[in-house]
Design a protein around this ligand. Sequence first.
Ligand code: CA
Length: 612
Amino acid sequence: MKKLLIGLVLACAINAQAQVVEKIEPASWWIGMEMNTVEFMVHGKDISQLVAESTTLEVIKSEGLESPNYLFVTARVPVDAKVGDHTLVFRNTKGKKVGRLSVALGLRADGSASRKGFSSADFIYLITPDRFRNGDASNDQVKGMLEGPNREFIGGRHGGDLAGIIESLDYFEKMGISSLWLNPVLENNMETYSYHGYAMTDLYNVDPRYGTNEQYKELADKAKEKGIGIIMDQVANHIGSLHPWMSDLPSEDWVNQWPEFTQTNHMKVSRFDPHAAEVDRKQFTDGWFVETMPDLNQRNEKLARYLIQNSIWWVEYLGLHGIRMDTWSYPDKQFLADWTKAILDEYPNFNIVGEEWVSDPSLISYWQAGTNKMDDYTSYLPSVMDFLLQSALIEGLNGESGWRSSMTKIYESLANDYMYSDVNNIMIFPDNHDMSRIYTQLNEDFDKWKMAMTLFFTTRGTLQFYYGTEILMSNPGTEDHGVIRSDFPGGWEGDAVNAFTGEGLTAQQKEAQEYIRTLAHLRKKSCALNSGELLHFIPQEEVYVYFRTFEQENIMVLANRNKEGKTIDLARFSQGLKGATSGENLITEEKVDLSRGTIEVGPMETLILWVK
Ligand code: CA
C-alpha cells in the first residue's frame, strides 16, 4: 500500500513537469478561405519545442519563440477538409505524444467572400454597449471579472449588454438605422474603467458582462434579418495591461519596450515630416497610449499574423459588413497595409474605416486607398473619418460673421475633397464617444442642432451617428467621457424616462427624435442624398446652398444661419438648378415655386428641396 502511494506521488511529480497544451487560437476556421493556411498560436506549459501533427490538416511547421510556453503551428486547411473537429497531436523531442487539441472547421456562409461592406447609403449608429441597454441583469456581476457593476459611478460599469442591443432592434429599424457600430465588446478584464472596451484582455472572446460570442452572433444574425449590418470596432495598436500575454510574453519584442513608461507623443505628422527626428517618430509609434494599454509591436511577424487572422476570424464568424479600426495611424505602417490587404483579399467588397483623428485633410486622405501620395507607400484603407468636417460645422454654426460668412468654414472643409480618391467613402459624424455631445458643442441651441443635423444628413459621405444624439443627450459643463457616454434613458428597469417608447421625453426631445427619423428615412431612399454628386456655392450672408444630384434626382439644400428670414435670388445657382422651376420640400412635402427667381428661407431654417 505504501509503495503504491509513493508511486502515485511520483507520477504526479512527473506530470507536473510535463508539457501541457492548453489553448489554441484560433480554435476554429473555415473551409475554402483565401487564407487557407493558418498560424495557430498554442499556449501551454513548456511547449515551445513540441512538434504538431495531424492526419487531416497539413501541418507545415511548428515553431517556438522566446517563451517556453507558446508554440506556433502553421497548417493548411485542405479544400476538401471535412466539417467538424480536426485534431492536432503534439509530440515532444523524443517523439512521445504529450497532448492534443482540436480545431473546428466550418462551412462558409453563402456569399461570404463577396459580401458588400457598409457604404454611404448606410446610416450607422454608434453605441457604447455598457451604456445603452441592460437586457440581462444577471451578467452585470460575473465571477472572475475584476470590475463589478456600479451605476452610481460615472466611470464604472453600468450593466448594458448585447441582450439589450438585441432587444432594441425594432427601435433601430424604426429610426432608419442600417448599421451598428458597437464600441469593443471583447473581454476587458481590467480593474477600473473597463466599460469603454479598448483595453482588451482576450481578442477571441466577448466580455461575459456583455454576453457571449454566440450572443454577438445572434445579434448579427437578427440584425441582418432587418437589413442592419454590424461594424466591429477592432484595436491592433494596444491591449489591456492585464492581458495574459503581459505576464508571459511570447517574446520580448511582442510589445514595444521602454526602460520606463513612455507615452506616445500623438504627433501624427511626424510620420510624414521630412525634417522629423527619429526619436520623435519612434515615440509616436512605439510609445504607449496609457500605462494600462501596452503598445503592441506589429513588426513581430507572429503577432502581425495573429492580429490579421483575428480580424478575418471575426468577419467570417459574425458575418460583419465592416470594421472600424481604432487609433489608425499608431501601429506599424507596413502592418497597416498588410492587415488591410489581407482582409480585402478575403473580402474584396468589404469596407474598413480607420480612426485618424486629425483635422488636417492631407493627413487623413493620405490613408485612403487610391489617393495620390508624395511617397511610395500603398494604403489599402477604403474609408477614413472626417474629423475636419465635424469641427468645421461647429465653427460654421457657432462662429461670428466677419468680412465673410462663418458658414464658409463648412464650404472650405468640403473643398478639401480634391485630396480624396473616394469622397462618399469618408465617414462623417456629428459627434462620437470621445468628444462632447454635439448639442453641448452647439451650446444647446436647438435651431443650430437642427441645422447641423440637416447638413450632416444631406452632405456627402457615410453618416455615423452616436446613440442619444437623437434625443439631445448633452454633457453640460464637463468633458468627462463617462458623462458623454451616459446611459440611454429607458435602457434600465425603473428609468423615469424611456427613449424607446417616448415616455417622459420632453416635447423638444420628441421633436428631435422624430426629426432624425425623418432625415434618416429621407437619406435612405434618396440616391442623390446618400451617394450623389455634390455641388456647393460659397456661403454669402450666412446662407449656404448646395445640390446633391444622382441621375435625374436633383436636391437643393439651403441653410440660412440668420435670426431673420432671407429672400434668396436664385440666379447665382443656375448651374445646380438646371432650369428647375419648382421644388418639393422633402420635410413638409409642400410645393415650392421657383419660377419667380427667388425663394424665401425662414430664420435658422434649412430647406431640402427636390427641384425639377
Ligand atoms: Ca447586464
